[in-house]
Design a protein around this ligand. Structure first.
Ligand code: SF4
Length: 368
């Protein structure tokens, strides 16, 4: 494949949300951000590729916390150094409270063409209870501003299976979020991660059972589908064909290269990552030690591993995965039970199949 995707990790947030286990820092000062920005530019200057860049993704963390000008400068450097596809998808993640109309306009004018907004829920009580810094009204304002400055590809992230959340509350959130006219929704169930404040107070929370979580996922699939969203990946729904091209690159095993602390790469048939520590990342960059990765320690992916990856990742999407001879009977029986289609050697799961995708993937892999 002659395409590559680029990822920039911006690990700064206003403050940590109570459930968050991503690598990000709350309340970093501007000196650290400036040093980190320079380290990113430095890593960029060490990387070159002849491939066409099909997508660029600024994730976090909360990218606007780096500063809008710095984000624009990073993107202009990418635009100047690499060959970008004419329809290159350029996404930036935002927390609704961290970017205003002018900031969004600057981003759009620089060439960002997709916005991923961390909405999470339309219920202010729930947002507060998990430590989000914004209200639903803030999210609506952010999405409206994004539309006004010309973003026609806006995605909302939502979380379900939250403490005390009922099916009715989820349903209410979904219809309010759909009414903002976003064209993409990513929906994840809450994961209680050790070391987070939410985990520490788990005994005092009304956490959903596995059955409730499954029922909420089923409801979500049904309501988003009724709202005109196509379920094209386990956690992803889109309208108007607006699939996330960047995420599809991950699922289709397109090469990607990650810049910044903790960023992962799949490059030269290896998977590796940068050091997950902002200060260490900056220190290494100042020594000119790029890339500070475990590249040399990452073995090349074998053909057997590549096949398993292709099945695992492919079955996450509605495009499905090509099934090797040995597992074709299993694939046919999975399809006959109503979990998806098996045609021309390709098994693709539907919403019912996505709900049991872990079992389906193991069944297929055990039979190849
Ligand atoms: S805004 Fe996102 S990355 Fe930052 S703490 Fe909250 S969940 Fe984590």
């Amino acid at each position: 494949m002659n395409n590559i995707a680029l990822y920039f990790h911006i690990p700064f947030c206003v403050k940590k949300c109570d459930y968050c286990a991503f690598y990000s820092l709350g309340g970093a000062n501007d000196t650290v951000k400036e040093d980190y920005f320079n380290a990113l530019l430095s890593q960029l200057s060490f990387f070159s590729t002849e491939k066409t860049v099909s997508s660029v993704y600024f994730g976090g963390g909360t990218p606007p916390m780096l500063g809008i000008e710095r984000l624009c400068k990073l993107l202009s450097t990418v635009q100047g150094r690499f060959k970008l596809a004419d329809d290159c998808e350029i996404t930036v993640e935002v927390n609704p409270k961290t970017v205003d109309f002018n900031g969004l306009k600057q981003l759009r004018d620089q060439g960002f063409n997709r916005l991923s907004v961390g909405v999470q829920s339309a219920d202010d009580g729930i947002l507060k209870s998990v430590g989000r810094i914004h209200s639903f009204a803030d999210a609506v304002e952010c999405i409206e501003n994004a539309h006004k400055v010309g973003f026609d590809n806006v995605s909302a992230d939502i979380i379900f299976a939250l403490p005390s959340q009922t099916k009715e509350m989820l349903s209410d959130s979904l219809s309010k979020i759909m009414s903002t006219n976003v064209v993409h929704i990513s929906a994840y169930s809450l994961q209680l991660e050790e070391g987070t404040p939410l985990y520490d107070r788990r005994d005092s929370l009304a956490l959903p059972t596995e059955e409730i979580e499954e029922a909420q996922y089923e409801l979500l699939c049904k309501e988003l589908s009724a709202g005109g969203f196509m379920h094209y990946e386990i956690s992803s729904f889109c309208k108007d064909g607006k699939r996330s091209r960047h995420n599809l690159a991950y699922w289709k095993r397109t090469e990607y290269f990650g810049f910044g602390a903790s960023a992962h790469s799949f490059y030269n048939n290896r998977r590796f990552s940068n050091v997950a520590d902002v200060n260490e990342y900056i220190r290494l960059s100042e020594l000119g030690l790029f890339a500070p990765t475990d590249y040399e320690d990452s073995p090349e992916i074998t053909p057997e591993e590549a096949l398993e990856e292709a099945i695992m990742l492919g079955l996450r999407t509605s495009d499905g995965a090509e099934i090797p001879e040995g597992a074709k009977k299993t694939a046919a029986s999975i399809a006959s039970l109503g979990y998806g289609d098996f045609e021309n050697g390709i098994l693709s799961l539907n919403s019912k199949g996505f709900r049991v995708s872990n079992s389906v993937i193991s069944e297929i892999i055990n039979n190849i």
